[in-house]
Design a protein around this ligand. Structure first.
Ligand SMILES: C[S@@+](CC[C@H](N)C(=O)[O-])C[C@H]1O[C@@H](n2cnc3c(N)ncnc32)[C@H](O)[C@@H]1O
Length: 213
């Protein structure tokens, strides 16, 4: 299928999915108009998927690695169990204002804990069992993030990693960029790890779904 056709399919899928709520819609628009590298945002369809996963799991603790403008954190917060929380980490200080504004307006100030830090500094400090992890930061370190979280995820917990197709680069690792090569290695590492059952879902730029055995 051609890229144009695929975009039409995604437009159609969005038009036949429950619309984003008002705050998420505004945040999506603002990110696309005013924030650098807006293609990093999960957006309507992937955000709805994350919300569905969270609603099914009803997690007490969600860990997100890579907050960006907080779109995906807000999506996952919508499925939290009573008293549950989202820990989300980003090392870009220029995003803090927009993150704080939209998390508060979405009504999740008490549930979403923002950490302005490098992910590898924060993850080792988490002691409670994690129900859902979304890995969506620097692609080169996905393997490291998986290694840091796997023992903290409860049995049956879910880990999701974004961009694992990397615009198709993983199909030709010899000519791929550094990120493409790294994601190809990550996909193989996950495939070979008996601690997880996995499925590569070709939604958007590819989501690796992992369930802790
Ligand atoms: C793809 S964006 C996240 C998108 C967001 N999860 C969403 O779905 O809307 C990746 C984010 O990871 C952050 N990041 C990159 N390297 C990081 C690191 N080592 N530690 C923490 N955050 C990092 C970047 O600043 C960027 O905001």
């Amino acid at each position: 299928m051609l890229k144009d056709d695929l975009e039409k399919i995604y437009d159609y899928a969005e038009s036949r999915s429950t619309p984003e709520n008002e705050i998420l819609h505004e945040l999506n628009r603002k990110t696309n108009l005013e924030v650098a590298i807006p293609q990093m945002i999960s957006g309507h369809l992937q955000g709805a998927f994350l919300k569905f996963m969270s609603q099914m799991l009803q997690p007490k603790l969600v860990l997100e690695i890579g907050t960006y403008t907080s779109y995906s954190a807000i999506c996952m917060a919508q499925g939290l169990a009573e008293g549950g929380k989202v820990i989300t980490i980003d090392n870009n200080k220029y995003l803090v204002d927009i993150q704080e504004e939209y998390i508060e307006r979405a009504g999740f100030k008490e549930q979403i804990a923002l950490h302005l830090n490098d992910a590898s500094n924060v993850i080792p400090t988490i002691t409670d069992p994690i129900d859902l992890v979304f890995i969506d930061a620097d692609k080169i370190n996905y393997g490291l993030y998986f290694d840091l979280v796997i023992d903290k995820v409860r049995k049956g917990g879910i880990i999701i990693a974004d961009n694992v197709l990397y615009d198709g680069e993983v199909l030709s690792p010899e000519t791929a960029s550094k990120n493409g090569k790294s994601l190809n290695q990550f996909n193989k590492k996950i495939q070979d790890d008996p601690r997880v059952e996995n499925m590569l879902l070709p939604l958007r730029d590819g989501l690796m779904l992992m369930r802790k055995m």
